[in-house]
Design a protein around this ligand. Sequence first.
Ligand SMILES: [Zn+2]
Length: 104
Amino acid sequence: MTRLRRTTRSGFENRNGQIVAMPTSKSGTDHNQYMYILRCKHCGTVYGANGTDIWERRCPKPRSVCHAGGGRSGIGLMWERGIFSKEEFLKMVEVVNIEVGVLV
Ligand SMILES: [Zn+2]
């Protein structure tokens, strides 16, 4: 559990260059998991991920676009599921002043 706590801290960067931008109060897609907003340091893509996935997460972009890519799709999927609206997400990102690249 120590590891989980560490990897969900804002600013944590995993081995694939995926950085935790901020936690959210929204549930992720896993049972009992909160969603975190991550940013890829290689291409600037911002997306949502489950807390338990952070340590091994890859950028959701295809590998042809980002060399850390090839991961599962991120927040786009959550919009489809109605967990987030796009407007809601953009507002949250504004608050922490993340530079939004391409939203996935
Ligand atoms: Zn990337």
